[in-house]
Design a protein around this ligand. Sequence first.
Ligand code: AKB
Length: 315
Amino acid sequence: MNTLVTGALGQVGSELSVTLKNLYGENAVVSTDIRTDPESPLVQEGPFYQLDCRNGQELFDIVKRHKIRRIYHLAALLSATAEARPQEAWDINMNGLQNVLEVARENDCSVFTPSSIAAFGPTAPKDYTPQNTIQQPTSMYGVTKVAGELLCNYYHTKYGVDTRGVRYPGIISNVTMPGGGTTDYAVEIYYEAVRKKRYTCFLKGDTHLDMVYMPDAIKAAIDLMEADPARLRHRNAFNVTAMSFSPEEQAAYIRAHIPEFEIQYSVDPVRQALANSWPNALEDYAARVEWGWNPEYDLGSMTADMLKVLSQRGV
Ligand code: AKB
């Protein structure tokens, strides 16, 4: 069964594509992205296409040519960029997704679409936010995530398309930097800790958000798509989380390895407002019961691994 990844040069896509190639075979995974990067092994080794998912015909042609049966649709604008360019965010996040769902309907593909903690707004319970609760996000990113969840469920019930998704928290990784998100600070802090032993954070020190380390985020996407459909009571999208912490708590964990590390704050009002509107911590019972979600990393083990990998690489 061949697999297509959109947004393959992004933070999740770059690592997911490599993992999928290791699992299913080099040529069984086709990578696409709106941009290209001649330095990327995914581009050099292929198959790779520069593709804007808003172009439904090109997407259809690639899916036909490579006999694709599974799509990981990761191409999207993240929260801070979407807030700066809301019309474009709606266009990319929604029209791109609808093209993917249409192509999946016509070619009998299953579809993984990530949602986000941003699919909740200020009216949802802040702590242990349930799987099923009120979803009234106030950001354009969140609006596209809720609409995307509903659209994916619609394609499942109306057309039988096998759509599945998770509500990702902030994702921390050491391979590809995130871009344009509110949770990007939680990645930058490790790079700056290794480089300069100090970091200026754009969120307030006591802002709690859910997070997950990349190996667990990748495992979530693959395990959910491999799960027995008979066990799935939910589809779009499952709450998942591995940890919830604030910048000041993260800094304390970094100080256990780098005692001189200092954190300062220069708050960005746009990203602070986004973070304030999201949950502090999700409840992820449905994911645990229905497809075995069980993250390996917590704040301590992730911090140790991030600092070790970045120091060894000499970032
Ligand atoms: C963002 O910050 O925009 C993303 C997300 C929480 O979905 N990382």
